[in-house]
Design a binder for this molecule. Structure first.
Ligand SMILES: Nc1ncnc2[nH]cnc12
Ligand SMILES: [Zn+2]
Length: 360
């Protein structure tokens, strides 16, 4: 538990998570269990000693040298997911933890191209993950949204294949997959590689986002805006372009920040360099998220507490963050109103108890 005096407040504050990769919820323990259960061969520990045991893998996860170094382990991890039930279990494990951390609404990414490339049918992946979502909605009262990510290290033709399957299955219309994003390595692939796919999706009214400005300069962010995204995943490098920052604030684009991931993947030297205060002062809306919690070793509440310790925000500033997280969610107006009311009631009660001297 963090030492912040606001820990209890942050724990109970109703949260929305917009940036968690379901495959990033695969812990080293689950990786080894599923490898055994599914008969998936592990990487040779002679060649890669990190895979000798749960302990060595955990230790390696504390020492990523860059985004691309992390991605090698992230994509290796996925190879143990084989059956629909594996995908459901992974999602359900994440939702239970998110619920304990005070999440009321969760929008989660998944990377079907990578699974499909190793022979897992699109339907198996989506059916598995969406069963986890349905269970979270039923048993935990969470609302959930699945966002399909294209991965930039694979050719556009691979993204086109999953997009075609998604369209043929009418998964957007059926409310099974709610939006599209893109992730994986940032610097190298063309910034507009998904121009046609994003344009086709926008025509159907499908919400769009993109991982940019995590390591890439602000031109990656402006290129994503030009492709029609309503959101930016990470986007911390926005601070390097004040004019673009004013535009993002003006247009109400939500950044989905992942502070502890940024530190672990060495996108910033420390949490103080995640520009939380600069964004608050500039009126840039953002939410705080976990990214790949089982790899980073930190879930959403850990991120809230770490931000509090580094940036010392006030209750009023946390309210702004929580409310903007609701407003930037891809949910209907009535659910938004319900969540905003929960925040209002929660904060009012907290401040009342504090005023009566009831908080230590
Ligand atoms: N932090 C990250 N950046 C880009 N792609 C990712 N896929 C999973 N985590 C990611
Ligand atoms: Zn991410």
């Amino acid at each position: 538990m963090c030492q912040s005096p606001l820990h209890d407040f942050l724990q109970g504050l109703p949260k929305c998570e917009h940036h968690a990769h379901l495959e990033g919820c695969l812990s080293p323990e689950l990786f080894f269990q599923l490898a055994e259960r599914n008969g998936v061969p592990l990487p040779d520990p002679e060649a890669n000693p990190a895979y000798a045991s749960v302990a060595t893998l955990k230790e390696r996860y504390k020492n990523f040298t860059s985004l691309d170094d992390f991605l090698v382990f992230f994509f290796q991890g996925m190879t143990v997911l084989q059956h629909e039930q594996d995908f459901t279990d992974l999602a359900w494990t994440y939702f239970q933890r998110a619920h304990r951390d005070g999440v009321h609404h969760a929008e989660v990414f998944f990377d079907p191209e990578v699974h499909r490339e190793r022979g897992i049918p699109y339907e198996t992946i989506v059916d598995g993950f969406s069963k986890g979502c349905r269970r979270a909605e039923r048993e935990l009262g969470l609302t959930t949204r699945l966002i399909m990510c294209f991965v930039r290290h694979l050719p556009v033709s691979s993204a086109e294949k999953v997009y075609d399957e998604f369209i043929s299955a009418r998964h957007f219309e059926a409310g099974v997959v709610h939006g599209l994003g893109c992730s994986s390595t940032e610097i190298g692939p063309p910034k507009d590689m998904y121009r046609e796919l994003y344009a086709a999706a926008a025509e159907r009214g499908i919400p769009l986002t993109a991982h940019v400005g995590e390591v890439g300069d602000p031109t990656y962010i402006s290129a994503a805006l030009e492709l029609g995204v309503q959101r930016i995943d990470h986007g911390i490098r926005l601070v390097d372009d004040p004019e673009l920052m004013r535009r993002v604030a003006r247009e109400g684009i939500l950044l989905t920040l992942c502070p502890l991931s940024n530190v672990l993947l060495r996108c910033v030297p420390s949490l103080e360099h995640v520009p939380v205060r600069r964004f608050l002062e500039a009126g840039v809306k953002f939410s705080i998220n976990s990214d790949d919690p089982a790899y980073v070793g930190a879930y959403i509440l850990d991120n809230y507490c770490a931000v509090q310790e580094a940036h010392r925000l006030s209750v009023a500033e946390w309210c702004v963050i929580a409310e903007n997280s609701v407003r930037g969610s891809w949910i209907g107006d009535s659910r938004k109103a319900e969540l905003l009311e929960r925040i209002r009631v929660y904060v009012k009660k907290y401040l009342q108890v504090a005023a009566e001297g009831g908080l230590s």
